[in-house]
Design a protein around this ligand. Structure first.
Ligand code: PLP
Length: 390
């Protein structure tokens, strides 16, 4: 039997052209932006396709369809942020549902899951998913949802999605993969057995650091309907203008990712050979423990990496004061390079104990490598590292 999805254009064509020249009113090449919050009924008891903007919007749906096609899912829902996308999945659960989440997930994800669990909306257990025995033992608690982040934020740990999804399926648990760090240009979790893919579209999908947004894509059409319904119930849908901007950013996803990951590899190699650096976490390096899995399940190694400085927090302060071309800021995935200090920024709310358990040290810095010239990026890092030694 042929899979109907085999007929899809190639992903590069979807990003560049999905929805192009589809305007029935004026033949606009760029898809129009529909801002209206409400829609005229055709007559008494005759709603059209759209009736109210919380329930549906043509601009938002264009983005949802493009992402669903890219992720090889049945459909998707666009939310107001990445956290709202995760919460769309989590807030549907019931008090006796257990979520199995990675012990080193994004700090905001951990904060959300703990907050939901503390209020009795569900329960949560954090586990090292890169350890087979620990994960197998945790499955005995019969979770209803396994949340995966690979590569993880900020330590770039890689999880074998296909193996984990098979184990979870055998235990009747659904699997959701946060694909924010790679995007469907590099990794497609549904093809590896996941039930859901979650995105902070704020990052690579939009790619220009000017929109906060999120998305959930589901493999099963019934789950898509259920998610759409729930997004309308709780009112978490993304704004039309944000969707329009994100679709515009998506057009260049492939060339951005391609060049950014070339730059990231050069940066990782440079840092790996530098005497002021204790350790580099980048799955593209053959020394990375997840290198073989990443090479198998990804189409490249992405543009995120982290590294530890030999000189501890003092060195971090000196580095941040001297580095050039990497802006000290939260977030990632834009065309400009950023540096973050997870312990005081993205993962501060996790608390010292959880950070220590996850291996996030105070000497760790995270880089989002952008589209600048590789020589400038390396020269900028060299200046930061030179300051650490003086
Ligand atoms: N998931 C990951 C892996 C992230 O890094 C982030 C934000 O940094 C989020 C989810 C949350 O996304 P947002 O900031 O769009 O709410």
């Amino acid at each position: 039997m042929t899979d109907p999805r085999d007929d899809l254009p190639r992903p590069q064509t979807i990003t560049a052209a999905y929805g192009v020249a589809s305007d029935p009113a004026f033949g606009a090449v760029a898809p129009p932006l529909y801002l209206s919050s409400t829609y005229e009924f055709a007559g008494f008891d005759e709603p059209r396709i759209y009736d109210y903007g919380r329930a549906g919007n043509p601009t938002r749906e264009l983005l949802a369809d493009a992402l669903a096609k890219l992720e090889r899912g049945a459909g998707g829902v666009i939310t107001s942020s990445g956290m709202a996308a995760l919460d769309l999945l989590v807030s549907r659960l019931r008090p006796d549902d257990l979520i199995l989440a990675p012990h080193d997930c994004y700090g905001g994800t951990m904060r959300l899951l703990k907050a939901r669990a503390e209020r009795g909306h569900c329960s949560v257990r954090f586990v090292d998913q890169s350890s087979g025995p620990a994960f197998a033992a945790a499955l005995e608690d019969q979770p209803s949802l396994v949340l995966v982040e690979t590569p993880s934020n900020p330590l770039m740990r890689v999880v074998d999605i296909a193996a984990l999804a098979a184990q979870a399926r055998a235990a009747s648990a659904a699997v959701a993969v946060d694909n924010t760090f790679l995007s469907p240009a590099i990794q497609r979790p549904i093809e590896l057995g996941a039930d859901y893919v979650v995105h902070s579209t704020t990052k690579y999908l939009n790619g220009h650091s000017d929109v906060i947004g999120g998305a959930v894509v589901a493999a099963d059409p019934a789950q898509v309907e259920e998610l759409r319904h729930w997004a309308n119930v709780v009112g978490s849908a993304g704004a039309p203008f944000d969707s329009w901007l994100t679709l515009r950013g998506l057009r260049t996803l492939f060339p951005r990712m391609e060049q950014q990951q070339i730059n990231a590899m050069r940066v990782a190699q440079f840092l790996d050979s530098h005497p002021a650096v204790a350790k580099v976490h980048y799955p593209g390096l053959s020394s990375h423990p997840g290198h073989a899995i990443a090479a198998r399940q990804q189409r490249g190694f992405g543009a995120m990496l982290s590294f530890e400085l030999l000189g501890g927090v003092d060195a971090v302060r000196q580095f941040i004061g001297a580095v050039r071309f990497f802006t000290l800021a939260e977030s990632l995935g834009g065309v400009e390079s950023l540096v973050a200090h997870p312990a005081t920024m993205t993962h501060a709310d996790m608390g010292e104990e959880a950070r220590a358990a996850a291996g996030i040290r105070d000497s760790l810095l995270r880089l989002s490598v952008g589209l600048e010239a590789e020589q400038d990026l390396i020269a900028g890092l060299e200046e930061g590292l030179a300051a650490c030694r003086s």
